[in-house]
Design a protein around this ligand. Sequence first.
Ligand SMILES: Cc1ncc(COP(=O)(O)O)c(C=O)c1O
Length: 387
Amino acid sequence: MTTAGTIPIAGRVADLRPTAVNSILAEVRATPGPLVSLMRGEPDLPTPPHIVEAAAKALAAGRTMYPDNRGEPKLRAAIAEKLRRDNGLDYDPATEILVTTGGTFGIYAALAAMLNPGDAVLVPDPVYDAYLSPIRLTGAIPVPVPAEIVDGRFVLTVAALEAAWTPRCKALLLNTPWNPTGTVFTRDELAAIVAFCEQRDLSIVSDEIYEAIVYEGNEHISPASLYKHRTVLVNALSKTYAMTGWRVGYVAAPPAFVRAMLLILQQSSRGPATFVQDAAAVAVVGPQDSVAAMRAEYTRRRSQVLAALPHVLPPQGGFFAMLDLRELRVPSDIIRRRLLAEFGVVVVHGAAYGPAGEGTLRVSFASGGDVLEKGLAKLREALRVIG
Ligand SMILES: Cc1ncc(COP(=O)(O)O)c(C=O)c1O
């Protein structure tokens, strides 16, 4: 047996980073004492029983063979129906929809099918940081577009987009509702962003995974309803149906681009399990009462957060609230570490999502019940002491 040498690691791996949540989890594991986490990025609700039953039935019926790599026809038809029902969008299930292994793979397939080494992609700052490594994996670079806090919400202005733009930019990555900020883009804001993209010949990769979680009359608008021929719409069942572990999502785009993404998918995941796809079809076109119930539950939790904490920017969508602590003039990572070490409460510092998030903290209400109650009590006490 020889022990010489090690397995080589490709240079591109050096550009990949764990997400902020992954890094903080490692810190949390090394921290003693009872901790309460307000960091969670997934619903604490169970998958609705009718979806679980559909999966069990499909499994019992032997739906265990390879799936159609584009997605099972029944699921693609169901997704097309959903896009018409919820978004007023017409996509051909035969050519314009691809079923993916969660939203994560949809984003990866979109970026890998679009970007060449040396390209650039405009990304909002603060950004869901899991977008950055897949951009780098293609050899392209993310270019942050700093957001501003205006009237209690983070906004992306056309002036900021213009200032960040370079001739290498191929696309803008948008996320509405926007993790971590909670902003839901209005139709007028999207129209201005689309006009900028048209002028600069940019495509849009649109991550709409929180579309079902919107509050107080805010409406989710897909950029595809304004710019369909240049938009790659990415969505997943993960948050809407509490199906994070099922790994099922989809992408809708013009046929040539779907063909390109299919080639990427065929070299890698080959799509979610066949019986999972059967259950996913039931989820998207079956009874939607569970979605309304989930929205009502998050609405209650959001009110709880707003009532418990000072300095909250009221989220318009998603299950995160940003605390605006800029007036303390202390780096958000230092505040986060104090909260962890001295008060036993876990949140994510805004700077983890980019410089424009500095001075803020992201508080998750994806967990409710005792966790939320205890976490908010600790956080409230900590802010009284720190602030
Ligand atoms: C904005 C955003 N997009 C995508 C994902 C990942 O989605 P999925 O679990 O379907 O891969 C997340 C998960 O937290 C997210 O917050």
